[in-house]
Write a protein that binds this ligand. Sequence first.
Ligand code: NAP
Length: 221
Amino acid sequence: MTTFALVGAGPGLGLATARRFGKAGHSVALLARNKERLDSLVTALPEDGIQVRGYTADVLEPASLTTALQAASDELGPIEILQYSPVPRADFMKPLLDTDPSDLDAPLAFSVKGPITCVNAVLPGMRALGGGTLLFVNGGSAVRPNPRVAGTSIAFAGESAYAAMLHDALAPENIHATQLIIPGAISPDAEHSSPEVLAERLYALHTERDGFRHYAEPLPE
Ligand SMILES: NC(=O)c1ccc[n+]([C@@H]2O[C@H](COP(=O)([O-])OP(=O)(O)OC[C@H]3O[C@@H](n4cnc5c(N)ncnc54)[C@H](OP(=O)(O)O)[C@@H]3O)[C@@H](O)[C@H]2O)c1
């Protein structure tokens, strides 16, 4: 069976999507910075009979991503699905008029260079498989820039442009790039944005392969 690789594995959306893709029979590779937190996610999943491993990597350090994705592919099987959904740091979200050029270094590394590094690492394997899915997850500022969170708004716009271009460029190779926008907060009791509901949406984006951009719920007026 092929592997679902999750870049930015945490206890919220990350764990729920890992469980959903694992339930469908995929091996699961979890990538995040903190080994102890990864270990606790890994121990949460085999209860469901899922083959899962954790790999430490920091999306701000491209070499760590490439090494982790290669190890995951070698140990678990070829990566058919890549999800990019690390949670951005609070200091990326400065107000517009307080934002200096250097404040954009980390947000752009996080939301633009990180995705490009990951996609370049997994594309050869997806081509060998004859197809694959690239899932990008963002908040509402990706489509409606918000001057209270300038760094993420600017960087998410770059990630969105990259992902949209991939959608068109890779379609002839049966590699489906798609984006899920989550306008509200993820919370266990949210009707459309609980981790479990979002995980089901992401799984459906993989299987249904219908268009580029999707919304968990409408953007607020
Ligand atoms: N939470 C919300 O309300 C909300 C709202 C709208 C959109 N979203 C989107 O939902 C996704 C996150 O879902 P979630 O909030 O439920 O989080 P989650 O899946 O529970 O956890 C995300 C994980 O990202 C990892 N991460 C952060 N920085 C990283 C880095 N530099 N390198 C590698 N991993 C890193 C963290 O693990 P380590 O600390 O171990 O690295 C964290 O546990 C993101 O795409 C976010 O844009 C969230």
